[in-house]
Ligand binder design. Structure first.
Ligand code: SF4
Ligand code: FES
Length: 334
């Protein structure tokens, strides 16, 4: 710490002072006007400030410090001090929340509960709190996240018994007597703490061949004209294309939780999505592939998948539409 301050001082002396002197010398040589000297002094001050900031930035990068992590760490270390002293000293609008985390311990093959007292305000999300725990209380806490804005779909976990995206879940709105509980999704294999294994989920997704199929492959990659769609054609599949593959629907689905071979609401909703797209030429082959007991007929229409979907995809309806499409074609064959 002392070394970095000394380096900054040295840098300011080496670059800032000569620049300042040079500018003042020029101002005396060419003008005696106060206003011009003032402008030059402001420019010099700006240059020195710029020099200091650049140096700090280069120094931080050299040390491999992520400025965002430092920011989080400082914020939570400051809160920790307050918490340890007197919780009532939190900033206005904040309160102390008891965060209970059930973490999966692969060595013990079970969940263990840890509790942390954390400050939260009306904008704090569950992911903010978990990052706070990681930064100030227990750096071993493992979780998966990336975008922090409900887009990447990687922060799925169970909060107060409901599968949600941690980055989109407000703490205050989910408090139960100043407590909030977090645990990993149980519908996917557990890896560590709040991290689950998505291999099976992605395999099921790939198995339905998600993508537009064209008879003329060459034309698909080198199209000679645009694929126009009417609004009605677009509306047919658009809501189902918002899936971010967070896996919450699979976690909420009672069939997926009891039958690991069931294709699951996410993959089945995507069968409907591609089948309903007027640009796709796979015909009925994609839906015939899921005409099985572990495919569409495994769905018992519990509806839990659609209830938890953060993007409003409604897999439950998609599966019923697939069943209707299959039944229609069976009747045709008869
Ligand atoms: S359908 Fe919804 S809940 Fe299921 S994976 Fe896609 S976005 Fe997530
Ligand atoms: S971190 Fe990307 S969806 Fe939550």
């Amino acid at each position: 710490m002392r070394a970095s301050r000394f380096m900054i001082l040295l840098y300011v002396c080496m670059v800032g002072i000569p620049v300042l002197l040079l500018i003042y010398a020029f101002s005396y040589l060419f003008s005696q006007l106060f206003i011009e000297r003032l402008v030059l002094a402001i420019i010099a001050f700006g240059l020195i400030l710029y020099g200091i900031l650049s140096f700090v930035d280069v120094y931080a990068r050299k040390k491999g410090v992520n400025p965002h992590e430092v920011q989080i760490k400082l914020r939570f270390l400051e809160r920790k001090k307050i918490e340890e002293g007197a919780p009532s000293l939190g900033k206005e609008g904040e309160k102390v929340v008891n965060l209970k985390i059930k973490r999966f311990n692969p060595d013990k093959k079970g969940l263990e509960e840890s509790s942390y007292k954390m400050f939260a305000d009306s904008l704090t999300t569950v992911l903010d709190m978990l990052l706070g725990v990681k930064a100030s209380k227990d750096s071993t806490l493992a979780m998966r996240y990336s975008c922090r804005m409900g887009i990447c779909g990687s922060c799925g976990m169970v909060v107060n018994g409901k599968p949600v995206l941690a980055c989109e879940t407000n703490v205050f709105k989910n408090l139960e007597k100043d407590e909030i509980s977090v645990e990993p999704m149980q519908g996917h294999a557990l890896l560590r703490d709040l991290v689950t294994d998505f291999d099976d989920f992605f395999e099921k997704h790939s198995s339905i061949k998600p993508g537009l199929y064209r008879v003329d492959e060459k034309e698909k990659y080198e199209p000679t004209k645009p694929y126009y769609q009417s609004k009605a054609e677009l509306d047919k599949f658009l809501p189902y294309s918002y899936c971010i593959m967070c896996g919450l629907c699979v976690d909420a689905c009672p069939v997926s939780n009891t039958n690991k071979d069931f294709l699951g609401p996410q993959a089945l909703s995507q069968v409907y999505r591609y089948n309903a797209d007027s640009r796709d030429q796979k015909g009925l082959r994609r839906i015939f592939d899921v005409d099985t007991l572990d495919g569409v007929w495994g769905c018992e229409f519990a509806g839990a998948c659609s209830e938890v979907c953060p993007k409003g995809v409604d897999p439950a309806t998609a599966i019923q539409l697939l069943k209707a499409e299959l039944s229609k074609n069976l009747l045709k064959e008869d």
